[in-house]
Structure formats: structure tokens, C-alpha cells
Design a protein around this ligand. Sequence first.
Ligand code: NAP
Length: 307
Amino acid sequence: MRNVVIIGSGCAGNTAAIYTARANLSPLVISGHEAGGQLSLTTLVENFPGFPEGINGPDLVENMKLQAQHFGAEYLHGAVIDTDFSGRPFRLNIEGEWIETRTVIVASGASARWLGLESEQKLIGHGVSSCATCDGFFYRQKKIMVIGGGDSAMEEANFLTRFGSEVTLVHRREEFRASKIMLDRARHNPKIKFLPNTVVDHVFDVSQNLVTGVRLRNLKTDQVWEQDVDGFFVAIGHIPNTKIFKGQIETDPDGYIISKGGARTGVTGIFHAGDVQDRTYRQAITASGAGCMAAIEVERYLEAEGH
Ligand code: NAP
């Protein structure tokens, strides 16, 4: 019987592991399909406090893991494939093997939605990004493209005009899903050029391991052309990794866990941390903070239960 199982090994999960390990709770961390979370897909991280020169995303998350292991956290490679939260102890099926635990911290994150182009996938971290806050700074006086028609795309396009010499916003339809206020703000920004009814079908240049441009297609006219681009930001939404908790932990219609205050989910003894609940901030530092909160709540909960 485990005291605490942490689902996910990104910033939230690793920080929860450091705190619960230091509280002598011998946490078990299930690494998940995307071990290391979204940081493992980035290059330089310049906004995580404590690293004046910045630090590579994969190094940052690996350091957190080593720190947790140093205090006795155990890591299990693999993914949770089924859960039973209907009684106590809670039960988790990890790749075929059931384990029991008194508490769970769900830190399974959210995955950025990508276009799915092979060239896009190969250039993630080399000019292709899903986070303007993280990577915008690298594109000062450069040509930037943002994909999407929702609030995220508007927000990212506006934010990126602080850096780029120009920002092109590409959206597949004429109508925008974004709220009027966000759309208007982007439309009134003279640095943003709108390309509606348009899709990107290739990102150049995989052979240089660097984004140099894209091929675009207008869906109404079928016109195809190429455009020089240095930074390619995909802002077409995120998918919270909560499918396996369906019907067991309350989520909103998009699948994000609904918080009951602090790090509490609707199930007593199950806590949330990081992007699996947070659709607003989604930063490494906020995920780490949430991991810390969840760990402290686990500690207090177990103490109150007499463990
Ligand atoms: P979203 O509202 O779901 O919008 C996603 C956009 O990406 C849509 O325009 C969609 O196009 C497009 N898209 C999806 N898949 C695509 C594909 N394969 N190829 C091309 N385009 C694709 O997601 P979001 O903008 O991330 O926003 C998520 C939620 O967070 C929303 O509720 C939003 O209001 C909220 N949010 C709020 C703020 C704020 O208020 N400050 C900021 C960011 C986000 P279609 O429209 O054609 O489907």
C-alpha cells in the first residue's frame, strides 16, 4: 500500500515528488507517455527563476527528477491505463499491474495540440513552438507566424508583436472562435497580418533543423505559396490528459479537472497539480508551485487520517 502515487513526471509531478519524498511519504511517480512533460519538448528555458543564463527544458526537468530521487522518490516508467477511485484504497492499473494507494496526485498535464505535419513535428524546439511566453523572446526582429483562430492564438499573436518584426496569423476559416475583444485587439494591432481560410501544409527546413519558412494554401482559391518565417507558433488548443479519469474525477467540458479549492479534486484524497487543471497560466513555475501545494495537502490529509 502506497501513501501517495503521483501521476505524471513534468514540473508539477516532480515538484510534488520532491516535497512528498522530503516528508517521508515514499512517493511513487508514474512517468507517463510523455515523460518529463512539455518541458522535454522545449530547448532553452529563460524564465524559470534561479537560472540567470537559462537552462535547457529537458535538463531542468531531469534535475527535478534527480532531486526527488535523492530524497527517495521512486519512478516507474509506464502509463496508467485504468483507475478505480470508487473506494479506498484507490487503485491504479499501470500497464497491467494494479497498485493501491491512500492518496493520488494527478499531474498528468495537458498536451499541446499540433497540426500533425511531419515537418512540424521534426522542428519542435527548433523554431516550432506551442508557447509564446516561453519562446517569443528568441524571435526579436524576426518573422513570426501564429496558427489558430481562438483566444490563445490572438493572445499569442499580440504578445509576439513585442518581439517580431511582423506577425502573420493563419486561420483555417473565415470566422474566428476567439472572443470579440481579443479578436479586435489583434485586428487593431498594425504588426499583425491576418490570413484567413488558409492552412500550412509544410514547414521548411528539416534538413537544416531550423524553421526558415512555410508552404501555405488558401482553402477558397487553392492558391499555394511559400513565405519566409523564423518562428512558427501553433496555438490551436491543448488537450488535458484526463481521459482515463473520465467519470471518476469531475472535469469541465474540455476535460480540465475542476478544482474544489487548493489542490483538491471532487474526490477526497485525490489532488490535482499543474496543467491538467490549469488552462490559464500553464507555466513551468506555476506547475511546480501547484505540485508543491498538492504535496502539502497530501501530507496534511494523511496526517489527519492518522497515517
Ligand atoms: P480553442 O478556443 O479551442 O481554439 C482553437 C483554435 O484552433 C480554433 O480556431 C480552431 O479552428 C483551431 N484549430 C484546431 N485544430 C486545428 C487544426 N488541426 N488546424 C488548424 N486550426 C486548428 O483553443 P484556445 O484558443 O487554446 O482556447 C482554449 C480556451 O481557453 C478557450 O475557452 C479560450 O477562451 C480560453 N482562453 C482564454 C484566454 C483569455 O481570455 N485571456 C486566453 C487563451 C485562452 P476552428 O475554429 O476552425 O475549429
